[in-house]
Ligand binder design. Structure first.
Ligand code: MN
Length: 536
């Protein structure tokens, strides 16, 4: 396949690639491997012979492992000058995308004694469909072979021969140019339109993630469905530990996202769909272009970046609040189940493949320094921090000791079991009577009369109206000073408080909010494990 094919595919006033020109004669033969993000990402192996570059496209790239055979599709000869080409082929042109010189050096036939015999043996090998050669590059060294398969003349296999340069591991992780030292992504920064650039960067990242060692230990499985997230155990104090990482505890709705064939399903801990309520997030997730299951938290943030739970609850989609999905875990990716990979490797992959989108954010972490991170979080008015063991696997549906939450204030979810009549100037109700479940039994934990806005009072009273019943819902009916109107124990709220009495009743509780996303049966004691039991 000669240079005519090469020239026919290109318009040289529109692409920076070289025009075929005059060739230097003599000297040692060289090879170059281009890494090329075209429609699909691939590597192009080019061997100088008879004044041109004989070329093969290698979709999965070369390997130093003798056991791995890589498909190499023979393509048209490229002009000798192409050996120096790196850059961006603009959108609309043949092979549009970025190109780097991934490796370069000299090559020769393994048994040749001089340059003349060398070229003869190489030509014969090419003719026979069994081309043996030794590379002297910066990344690739040692003996390789290209072996023709079948009759079409195009499909070859690229093999590494067993020699002292053979090696395990992934040579493709070295992803910089040997000339400019840029990656494909960095090369894209030098040219091209913005949307084209973003699409390409995303494509490169997904491809590199699929290639990565991290994924090789993740078994192939069908995508799981209706996943209950892993939960953190509450502890009283932050700690420092080199095996742990620390994330912000986002104050929003925990949400799992399933993305398959561009169909997205976003849902709560109790598997209630968020697809309609948070449609803009679903819209963003739909553009991902790969299958994945994400774990994260939906928040609405103010201009300072603090999450505002009230605004989230009243999110209608119309107002200009900053609705975000902070993603902190990747459970599934392109046919691979990642739940048994260590957390840090899952987060590494997640960071790599998460597209840049104003609504979808990577929830980053700090290593080791939990105490300082906690102090800073408290000063910033954040709800708390989550400590995660860096090597922990994902325990679906379980409250684990490998994830720990440290809140900057005490709070407890509580089931509303009744209300008292309002007094003084107040309307709607006086206090809420609160409980939580122990098995099937509802246990009294206190009552809360403060922290309500006028709006809260009205809304809660309206929501309790259809739940009113004659019987106390408690296992043991608590003694109360005021008359209580009992309700079916369904509505869940969250309160902050200063501590517990010996009778397990909350001291000085203050109402924070209604929890729409919680089911009353899930409301159990969240007393943090004391120090001593606390840390890792
Ligand atoms: Mn190419």
């Amino acid at each position: 396949m000669g240079l005519t094919d090469y020239a026919a595919k290109r318009e040289f006033e529109k692409t920076p690639e070289p025009k075929p020109g005059v060739t230097q004669e003599g000297g040692r033969l060289l090879f170059v491997i281009h890494k090329h993000a075209a429609r699909a990402l691939h590597y192009d192996l080019r061997l100088e012979l008879d004044g041109v570059l004989k070329s093969w496209a290698v979709p999965r790239g070369p390997s130093l492992e003798p056991s791995s055979k890589r498909l190499a599709v023979m393509v048209e000869d490229h002009p000798f000058e192409y050996k120096d080409f790196e850059g961006v082929i603009p959108e609309g042109n043949y092979g549009a995308g970025s190109v780097i010189i991934w490796d370069r050096g000299f090559y020769h036939h393994p048994t040749a004694i001089d340059e003349k015999e060398n070229e003869k043996l190489l030509r014969e090998g090419l003719e026979k469909g069994d081309l043996k050669f030794v590379l002297e590059g910066e990344k690739l060294r040692g003996e390789f072979a290209l072996v023709k398969m079948g009759k079409d003349g195009k499909s070859w296999l690229l093999l590494k021969k067993k020699d002292r340069n053979a090696a395990k591991g992934d040579i493709l992780e070295m992803n910089h140019s040997v000339v400019s030292h840029k990656t494909l992504e960095e090369m894209l920064e030098t040219g091209g339109q913005k949307s084209f650039k973003q699409k390409k960067v995303h494509q490169i990242r997904v491809h590199e993630a699929l290639e990565s060692e991290n994924l090789k230990d993740a078994p192939d499985k069908p995508m799981p469905h209706a996943i209950k997230p892993m939960l953190a155990t509450a502890v009283a104090e932050p700690f420092d530990h080199s095996d742990w990482i620390f994330e912000v505890k986002w104050d929003g709705y925990r949400a799992i996202a399933e993305i398959r064939d561009k169909a997205v399903s976003l849902y709560s801990r109790s598997l209630i769909s968020f697809d309609k309520k948070f449609a803009p997030l679903v819209e963003s997730l739909r553009k991902f272009g790969f299958d994945a299951v994400l774990d994260g938290e939906i928040v609405v943030v103010d201009d300072q970046g603090r999450s505002d739970f009230q605004k989230l609850q009243h999110y209608q989609g119309s107002e200009k609040s900053h609705l975000l999905y902070y993603v902190f875990d990747l459970l599934y990716f392109q046919g691979h189940d990642l739940t048994d990979l260590p957390l840090l490797r899952r987060k590494e992959l997640l960071k790599k493949v998460l597209p840049s989108d104003p609504k979808i954010r990577f929830s980053d972490h700090v290593a080791k320094e939990g105490v300082l991170f906690y102090q800073v979080s408290r000063e910033k008015g954040l709800e708390g921090i989550i400590a995660k063991h860096a090597q922990s696997v994902y325990e679906t549906g379980r409250r684990s000791r490998h994830w720990l939450k440290v809140k900057t204030r005490h709070s407890q979810e509580a089931v509303i079991a009744g209300f008292t009549e309002p007094g003084g100037g107040r309307k709607y109700f006086g206090a809420l009577v609160l409980g939580m479940f122990e098995g099937n039994d509802l246990i009294f934990i206190g009552h809360v009369g403060g922290g309500f806005s006028e709006n809260d009072l009205k809304e809660i009273r309206e929501r309790l109206a259809p739940l009113i019943q004659n019987e106390s819902p408690f296992h043991v009916r608590p003694e109360t000073n005021a008359r209580v109107t009992w309700v079916k124990p369904e509505l869940v709220c969250e309160v902050s408080f200063s501590g517990w009495t010996d009778e397990n009743v909350m001291r000085q509780p203050v109402f924070l909010r209604i929890r729409e996303d919680k089911v009353s049966r899930e409301v159990v004691l969240e007393k943090p494990l004391g120090s001593g039991e606390g840390g890792p």
